[in-house]
Design a protein around this ligand. Structure first.
Ligand SMILES: [Zn+2]
Length: 410
């Protein structure tokens, strides 16, 4: 990686290039499977020995898949991308581009959510869909094809409704990228982002026009803040909050607008992956990545108009307002399963203690497929299928005050 740094390695002359590569990767903290060793512009076979090459004249070059990214944000930034999980809501035109961009940026874990199926007209704008995929679930096809093109990516598909996505998948996400085609699902997604403090990048397009908004909870205005509550009934039936009413079949869509909007969304998602947790602690964003977008970016490729519209937090917002569905963030409690002696009663006691309530004041719920079931006391956790990494919901309600917590078994 000459543009990043030079390193010196001490190896015997009879060492193979494979061994040199292993040592170089260890030193640089990069993955050997994503690295090649070059000499004089050509990839060197791993079995070749060092003394067969004229190293005095030309050095070995370590060519790493993300060498050009490291110049911008270093190994720390790339490591954050590698360890991040991103929830892609919607596997349509934006979802396809977003999945591609995130995979190429180096994000390893993608969860793609969509319950719709591929249609022929999709294939003109959605790079991972082909004619033969018609009738198959969009999320499944996208997850499969993204892994086949980028084998280092673990892509999972959720083929049910967004509203039925299990909480464990939501809580695993470091960032949500939204490419949904309706406002109601956006409201649902924005309240998830707010409740569980997961930053979200919203995007939408209509023809030549596109829109991007970043939501970094808890203090930023959420994607629904800009709309007066009297308008919710009207906008709920629309695809994007800024559109006029349109029949789904008549909505114009262009690959150019889609790729512009999704590129901006992914760069914003990368900023959030690399800086959001630190921002929550220190109030600052890393200078290498820059600060995420503030306000709503509107683009119009027909007239080359690019405008950033200021948005303020709205106390009457349906999502994050004083009486919004996600008015207060939900705490996430981690309970070590080893302390519970396989008993749901001990689980109730541990959760009540964390919430500073009595056992009688709380109720625990778990998710079984699409159903939410109450966890009864004096049961065996094992027999209920509750183990490590399961997520439960704790609810306390005393008539006027409602409190909720997510409980992660560790
Ligand atoms: Zn809001």
């Amino acid at each position: 990686m000459p543009s990043v740094r030079d390193i010196e390695l001490n190896v015997p002359a009879t060492a193979t290039i494979g061994r040199v590569k292993k040592k170089a990767c260890e030193r640089l903290g990069v993955e050997p499977e994503l690295t090649s060793i070059l000499h004089d512009g050509r990839v060197v076979d791993g079995n070749l020995r060092v003394n067969k090459l004229r190293l005095q004249q030309k050095p070995l070059i370590v060519d790493y898949l993300w060498a050009r990214h490291l110049i911008l944000w270093g190994q720390d930034g790339q490591k954050r991308l590698k360890e991040a999980s991103v929830l892609i809501a919607g596997a349509g035109a934006i979802g396809n581009e977003v999945a591609k961009n995130l995979a190429m940026l180096g994000v390893r874990r993608l969860l793609v959510v969509d319950n719709d199926v591929v249609e022929l007209s999709n294939t003109s704008r959605m790079i991972f869909f082909e004619r033969r995929n018609q009738g198959s679930n969009k999320a499944e096809v996208l997850a499969r094809n993204i892994t086949s093109k980028f084998p280092y990516v673990e892509a999972l598909a959720w083929t049910g409704a967004l509203e039925h996505l299990p909480l464990k998948h939501v809580l695993n996400a470091d960032v949500i990228v939204c490419g949904l085609d309706n406002v109601l699902s956006r409201i649902y997604l924005a309240q998830i982002a707010r409740r569980y403090s997961i930053p979200m990048v919203d995007g939408g397009i209509v023809g030549y026009q596109g829109r991007v908004q970043v939501y970094a909870p808890p203090d930023a205005p959420c994607p629904l803040c800009a709309f007066p509550s009297a308008d919710y009934g009207r906008i709920a039936g629309l695809r994007n909050p800024c559109d006029g009413p349109a029949e789904e079949t008549k909505v114009p869509s262009l690959p150019t607008t889609i790729s512009l909007v999704s590129s901006i969304q992914c760069q914003e998602a990368a900023k959030l992956v690399m800086g959001y947790r630190g921002y929550l602690k220190t109030g600052t964003w890393p200078k290498e990545t820059g600060e995420p977008l503030k306000g709503v970016l509107m683009v119009d490729l027909r007239y080359n108009r690019y405008s950033l519209i200021e948005v303020k937090r709205n106390k009457n917002c349906i999502v994050c307002g004083d009486h919004g569905v996600a008015q207060s963030p939900v705490p996430i409690l981690t309970i070590p399963i080893s302390q519970l002696r396989d008993s749901t009663s001990h689980l109730y006691e541990a959760v009540a203690k964390e919430m500073k309530l009595t056992v009688q004041e709380i109720m625990l719920f778990s998710q079984k497929g699409n159903r939410t079931v109450k966890v009864e006391k004096e049961q065996s956790l094992r027999r209920l299928g509750l183990g490590m990494r399961n997520i439960l919901t704790a609810v306390a309600h005393d008539g006027s005050d409602y409190r909720e917590a997510a409980v992660r078994l560790s």
